[in-house]
Design a protein around this ligand. Structure first.
Ligand SMILES: Cc1ncc(COP(=O)(O)O)c(C=O)c1O
Length: 393
């Protein structure tokens, strides 16, 4: 595919390798292994002397199509698909880091990422220092001689804090470390971290890439030598958190409408955020597209629109927040995001419940905070559903 095509065109046409049947839609190769013509060919495939598929834990044509398409959208040389967003983060760390290495990470990360860094990697002697997502100077002072990775999520989950990707890329370069960006909230339709100097992009393809809440998937993207020749692909191939071809196919089809969905999610979210700001029972509204967002100017430079996630604080704490949750009839009470259907979450007791109270306080996740992933319903119907619980608080 030509690099000159726009993102919406690449999202439809990249990664298509038609079979002998000349199918129009992408083929779904549901097979665990591939057949060789001879013992010599099997040996050549295993030794790497001959390119080609061997076993779907390593490669599969449908998964390769997904990898090629996402790489094109992110402007990446290479993409390694994984079974989920968390296995993408795990594969990135296990593939590139060793015992004794150090990570500097934003303290505003998805709860499971904090848990992975704090509790699991620590057992393998990989230490993480958590710092503010928004103050670049603290990143400079947190870097140590053994720092190998800087890790951010921007906008962050759930408070939509914006980290300065270009400035942190400079810090990473100076430290001889890699900057990894979890681009789950924006997707490449709104933000391309590699263009801003990041080394690695992480995706939970479960979210906006897939777009309709059907399957899990993930990806690690970056330079070919970093992903393929170093350990990320090697880790995946050996340890096995590989993307299933069926899930890859579902996500591939979802990606075809990524641009149009992200534009619609963003337009709806901006209207919902403005409406929430006008509600007396609501305190702060966190949405990068609002001029009241502390990093609104940075968000405007770094991402095309504000995205689909809005968080807001109920003045009367957990009781008021739970009342909103328990009053919705249209919006789904579920922890997923990036679905065409709106979803509502109370982060302190769900997505961020397993991290310590101290980490929650440091990340600003209060008992009154709710996160809405604004879907593609009519805005009037979304706000009417939220209003039912708000009126009573
Ligand atoms: C920002 C972010 N990164 C990573 C993940 C993990 O993705 P998955 O659920 O696909 O493992 C999530 C899940 O909500 C997320 O919100």
């Amino acid at each position: 595919m030509s690099d000159d095509f726009e993102l919406e065109t690449l999202a439809l046409h990249t990664g298509i390798h038609r079979s002998q049947f000349n199918e129009h839609s992408e083929g779904l190769y549901l097979t665990s292994s591939f057949v060789f013509d001879s013992a010599a060919q099997a040996a050549a495939r295993f030794s790497g002397a001959e390119a080609g598929n061997i076993y779907s834990r390593f490669t599969n044509p449908t998964v390769t199509a997904f990898e090629e398409r996402l790489a094109a959208l992110e402007g990446a040389e290479a993409c390694v698909a994984t079974s989920s967003g968390m296995s993408a983060i795990l594969s990135c760390v296990m593939g590139l880091l060793s015992a004794g290495d150090h990570i500097v990470a934003s303290r505003s990360l998805f709860g499971a990422t904090v848990n992975l860094f704090t509790n699991i990697l620590k057992r393998f002697n990989i230490e993480t220092t958590f710092v503010s997502a928004i103050d670049v100077r603290v990143w400079e002072s947190a870097v140590k001689p053994n720092t190998k990775l800087l890790f951010i999520e921007t906008p962050s989950n759930p408070l939509t804090e914006i980290s300065d990707i270009a400035a942190l890329a400079v810090v990473a370069k100076k430290a001889g470390a890699w900057l990894a960006v979890d681009n789950c909230f924006c997707s490449p339709a709104l933000q391309r971290p590699l263009d801003l100097g990041a080394d690695i992009v992480i995706h939970s393809a479960t979210k906006y890439l897939e777009g309709q809440g059907r399957v899990l998937g993930g990806a690690v993207l970056g330079k070919r030598d970093l992903l393929m020749e170093r350990g990320v692909f090697g880790f995946l191939r050996t340890a096995g958190p590989s993307l299933s071809p069926f899930n890859a196919w579902v996500i591939l089809k979802g990606m075809e409408t990524l641009k149009i969905r992200m534009d619609a999610h963003s337009a709806n979210a901006l209207q919902v955020a403005r409406w929430l700001e006008a509600q007396p029972s609501v305190g702060r509204v966190h949405y990068p597209g609002l001029p009241s967002h502390p990093q609104h100017e940075l968000a405007k430079r770094q991402q095309k629109t504000g995205g689909g996630i809005v968080s807001f604080e109920l003045k009367n704490g957990r009781e008021a927040a739970w009342r909103v949750v328990d009053s919705v009839r249209l919006i789904s009470i579920t922890a997923n995001l990036g679905d065409t259907k709106s979803t509502l979450t109370h982060p302190a007791t769900t997505t961020h419940a397993r991290i310590s109270q101290e980490s929650r306080d440091a990340a600003g996740i209060t008992e009154g905070l709710l996160r809405i992933a604004v879907g593609l319903e009519a805005v009037k119907d979304i706000t009417a559903d939220l209003a039912r619980g708000l009126d009573a608080s």
